[in-house]
Design a protein around this ligand. Structure first.
Ligand SMILES: Cc1cc2nc3c(=O)[nH]c(=O)nc-3n(C[C@H](O)[C@H](O)[C@H](O)COP(=O)(O)O)c2cc1C
Length: 206
């Protein structure tokens, strides 16, 4: 059984339409450790030792957050800056996280077609996530194809419920070994709205 840690960051959860449902669904998945960074550290005073212990105790690290200004809410940056220490996570002797997997789960207001060289956002979504991907790779971790939920403003309550169910299914499949994390490797990303259909298709294409 893979041990999964969800590192969750949403600064305004009470106003969230998407992540409130995704978080509730993830919390119900047996064997998943759900760790809400804003709840735990409202003053950004991150307990580095506790975070390191959590990382060491899990195999798959899920980074779940909304896409803010082409990036992530600020506590994620604080977490990266403080927890992924030189000599522990990277650099000389920094091998503590070697071989662990990272799955980034991101929601974005912008629709998929806006994230292309021709679209308003000029770059692909995957390109915007490059600093995350490379940071984790520097820490000898395997960065999986991110799970992206596009066009959040237009998603209906029913669609959000379906996305949340798909997310929970993905976590369950990873936890039980029905899906091996290696199967989610690759250069693209998984469309969370199309959910497991997209996931199955991308698995078959490999
Ligand atoms: C401060 C802020 C910055 C945002 N930046 C982006 C952005 O760069 N690109 C994008 O597609 N959506 C952006 N959005 C939209 C959010 O990604 C979207 O509202 C969120 O994923 C919906 O999830 P929620 O209902 O859980 O809040 C931004 C929203 C806020 C509040």
């Amino acid at each position: 059984m893979a041990k999964i840690l969800v590192l969750f960051a949403h600064p305004l959860l009470e106003k969230s339409r998407v992540h409130s449902k995704l978080a509730a669904a993830a919390k119900k998945v047996k064997g998943v450790t759900f760790h809400d960074l804003y709840e735990e550290y409202p003053d950004f005073d991150i307990d580095v030792n506790e975070e390191k212990e959590l990382l060491l105790a899990h195999d798959i690290i899920v980074l779940q957050h909304p896409f803010y200004w082409y990036s992530a809410p600020p506590i994620i940056k604080q977490w990266l800056d403080l927890v992924l220490e030189y000599g522990w996570a990277y650099g000389r002797g920094g091998v503590a996280l070697t071989g662990k997997f990272v799955l980034q789960v991101v929601s974005a207001g912008g629709k998929q077609e806006l994230y292309s060289p021709e679209g308003r956002n000029r770059f692909t979504f995957r390109q915007f996530l490059t600093p995350f991907e490379q940071s984790f790779r520097l820490c000898h971790m395997e960065y999986l194809s991110p799970y992206v939920i596009h066009g959040t403003h237009r998603l209906s309550i029913t669609e959000i419920a379906e996305v949340a169910a798909g997310y929970a299914q993905l976590l369950t499949a990873l936890q039980t070994g029905q899906i091996q994390p290696e199967q989610l490797a690759g250069e693209n990303y998984i469309d969370g709205v199309k959910g497991l259909i997209a996931l199955n298709n991308s698995l078959h294409e490999q």
